[in-house]
Design a protein around this ligand. Structure first.
Ligand code: ADP
Ligand code: MG
Length: 704
């Protein structure tokens, strides 16, 4: 009897040679094969015999290609490919118009399926432009059995046939696999049992059966993911965290230092966060909000509450420029607060203590002040956690613009401290709710779904090459009236003209580079304006200086690569001009555009593109019409699937779960039942099969 963990070599008929080949597909154990699903099925169940074909009735036949010919029509206007196909009951003709190349595919003596509508021409039935599919020899037998035959993703040396053979050896031992999904869910969604699902996904009687099985397995992945999330939370809820309390009066006082009124959505998110940090057990939250929705001030106030409780808050940004910007926000509004606020990056070490003085200390001094608790708010880049900084009493960690901040990373911040900090993760990447619930199921969600009232929607235009000059004239006007502009380019340098070019490089030659573009703009287009450039290969201190100078209006135009992408706040900039916009994902374009429209002036986004393809046009249209990033995200989820929001790797989600995310009902059901089970049986002591499955799943998605 085989078990999930049996090695494939234990199966009779599978020697080391075949095992080695299967290993190329990462098939090592019996479980690997059971979960290696076909990507489609060849349907031999609905194949008609040639003798049974009727005039005008759509049908599929399977037969041998007896003869193939090609000729021109009488007026020599059109090529016609003609084939004669036979099975054991008769012969039929098929013709294709204007598809000369088919002569290379339709080989005499080979077998194929043909599907279409045969029409009576004279005495003979003829298929006109039928679809066809060449059938490998390996399916010869299958057609006699007249059923659905699984087709597996294959690789060199491993055919579908071979996998079918292995599956057929394994399946019989798993036809009484015990069910581990909760009974009520199986009933509610009418899922097939685990045993039936194995049988049906590999050898379905009908396509519907296979689909039902796939749906069950998708749910299974979602459910296991949620179960892991739920037990993670259950575990955390038994750990200690510093509880930081607040009074409405204190929050009002903090508000009074801010020159604007927080939006309702900001206040709601802030409230959710403040309720989190009040708890004596570590909490985890993801704060989502479009660029410019004002996440920083929410994080700032939460940090000040922590500091007011005598505890420490850590704010980590993805880049030094952004860390600096966050620090400036504190300074701008709360310089008189005497809790000790510090910026700690490799370029700069600054702090202030409410005495109106900002000091530049040595790193050593600063680290000792952090350790002693004299400094309560520490702002830096993500590298703070790697740098072995010791904290006195970290109560809150805020991560800006990094999706995955794992439990281990949070643990790293504690060192010998038994208290685990609360976690607040902030993201402007619009992630549809169902995806967020799955990929970040271990986090509570808060959403800032409105922009501050003073914002005007950004006018977005796709600019054709004929209108390029018009766009430049417009930029000129804007700058003359005191505004500033960004120009985004997809590459840093033009490729070396001496080196031989790959097709891809040839293509990239068209791509505007920052250096070339800066040169062109400053010499030819805008000789009277001051232009700076920025790219990822520059030293961080240089980048920072340029950003600071741009903010101080020392430049009119900033030409940049995508390093500008996250978080930079320059309210005076009103134009975002994107070169080669087809090279960027929708989400990324959306982020770029969010760099402007941050002040009281009307802002503009111009999308230049070297390629005028239809798909570019569709993408541009979606961006032009999008009212919020979240709306765009929901559209994108439907159009292109979840893959593009988070790379597969970043999400850590299995394929099937990714698919299932498009079904909010399944996601919610998976979540509810997972949390229910963990609540009543946190260690899964009463659910042994489920516990075993969770363990396997953790290994599979590398959670351990
Ligand atoms: P993001 O959510 O992208 O991080 P920021 O926190 O950087 O956005 O805020 C963008 C800009 O909007 C900042 O200049 C900030 O001062 C301003 N801002 C934030 N909230 C409000 C508000 N309620 N009213 C007006 N301006 C606001
Ligand atoms: Mg931000």
């Amino acid at each position: 009897m085989l078990s999930f963990s049996s090695q494939l070599t234990e199966i009779k008929g599978i020697g080391p040679n075949i095992a080695l080949k299967l290993a190329k597909l990462k098939l090592h154990t019996v479980k690997d094969v059971l979960y290696y699903f076909p990507f489609r099925y060849l349907d031999f169940s609905k194949i008609s015999k040639i003798a049974d074909l009727e005039d005008g009735q759509i049908a599929t036949i399977y037969g041998k290609i007896d003869k193939v010919g090609i000729y021109k029509t009488f007026h020599k206007k059109m090529w016609i490919v003609e084939a004669t196909i036979s099975d054991e009951t008769g012969k039929v003709k098929a013709v294709w118009f204007n598809q000369k190349f088919l002569i290379n595919t339709l080989k005499e003596g080979k077998f194929a399926n043909f599907a279409g509508k045969p029409i009576l021409q004279g005495k003979h039935l003829t298929f006109q432009n039928p679809m066809f599919e060449m059938i490998n020899d390996e399916f010869q037998e299958a057609r006699h059995t007249g059923r659905l035959v699984p087709v597996y993703p294959q690789t060199e040396g491993v055919t579908s046939k071979m996998i079918r053979f292995v599956v057929s050896k394994i399946l019989p031992d798993f036809l009484d696999s015990p069910e581990f999904l909760p009974e009520n869910v199986v009933k509610e969604f009418d899922f097939p049992s685990l045993a039936d699902s194995f049988a049906h996904i590999h050898y379905p009687d009908t396509i519907e059966q296979a689909q039902e099985a796939e749906k069950r397995f998708s749910f299974q992945d979602l459910f296991l993911l949620q179960l892991i999330n739920a037990s993670e939370r259950e575990h955390l809820s038994k750990q200690d965290a510093y509880a930081c309390d607040y009074t409405p009066e204190y929050i009002k006082e903090l508000f009074s230092y801010v020159p604007f009124e927080l939006t309702l959505a900001q206040k709601k998110a802030l409230h959710e966060i403040l309720e989190d940090i009040k708890k004596p057990h570590p909490t985890s939250r993801l704060l989502q909000g479009d660029v410019g929705s004002g996440k920083t001030i929410v994080a700032t106030i939460a940090s000040l509450v922590v500091a007011n409780n005598g505890k420490q808050a850590i704010l980590m940004a993805p880049t030094e420029v952004l860390a600096r910007q966050h620090y400036e926000t504190f300074k701008k509004y709360f310089e008189e607060f005497s809790n000790g606020i510090a910026l700690l990056t490799s370029a700069q070490i600054l702090s202030f203590h409410g005495d109106g003085l900002e000091t530049e200390t040595s790193k050593k001094e600063l680290l000792s002040q952090i350790k002693s608790g004299k400094i309560k708010i520490i702002i830096g880049t993500h590298s703070i956690i790697q740098k072995n900084v010791s904290f006195k009493n970290a109560a809150l960690v805020i991560i800006d613009e990094q999706h995955r901040f794992g439990v281990d990373q949070r643990a790293k911040l504690m060192h010998d401290n038994k208290f685990i900090p609360h976690l607040l993760s902030m993201s402007a990447t619009p992630i549809p709710r169902t995806l967020a619930l799955t990929a970040f199921g271990d986090l509570d969600l808060s959403l800032i779904n409105e922009l501050p009232k003073n914002r005007k929607p950004i006018i977005t235009k796709a600019v054709t090459s004929t209108n390029r000059q018009k766009a430049y004239d417009f930029v000129s006007q804007q700058i003359k009236s005191g505004r500033q502009a960004f120009v985004i380019c997809p590459r840093i340098e033009a490729p070396d003209p001496q080196a031989p070019l790959t097709p891809r490089q040839l293509f990239n030659l068209e791509v505007k580079s920052v250096k070339e573009e800066t040169e062109k703009l400053s010499k030819k287009i805008f000789p009277n304006f001051k232009i700076a450039s920025l790219h990822g290969r520059m030293k961080s201190a240089d980048k920072q200086k340029i950003m600071a100078d741009f903010k101080d209006k020392k430049y009119d135009i900033l030409v940049s690569t995508s390093v500008i992408e996250v978080g930079i706040d320059i309210p005076n900039a009103t134009v975002m001009l994107i070169e080669g916009s087809e090279h960027f994902g929708l989400s990324q374009l959306y982020q770029f555009r969010g760099r402007v429209g941050r002040g009281q002036h009307q802002s503009y986004c111009f999308l230049f593109s070297d390629i005028n393809s239809k798909s570019t046009a569709i993408r541009m249209k979606a961006l032009v019409n999008a009212k919020s990033g979240f709306e765009l995200a929901e559209i994108d989820l439907k159009l292109r699937g979840p893959g593009q929001f988070l790379g597969q790797e970043q999400s850590g989600l299995p394929d099937l779960a990714m698919k299932a995310i498009q079904n909010p009902q399944l996601v919610q059901a998976a979540r509810n039942s997972a949390y229910e089970i963990i609540k009543s049986d946190p260690e899964l002591k009463n659910h042994p099969y489920l516990a075993a499955y969770v363990k396997m799943f953790r290994e599979q998605v590398h959670l351990e």
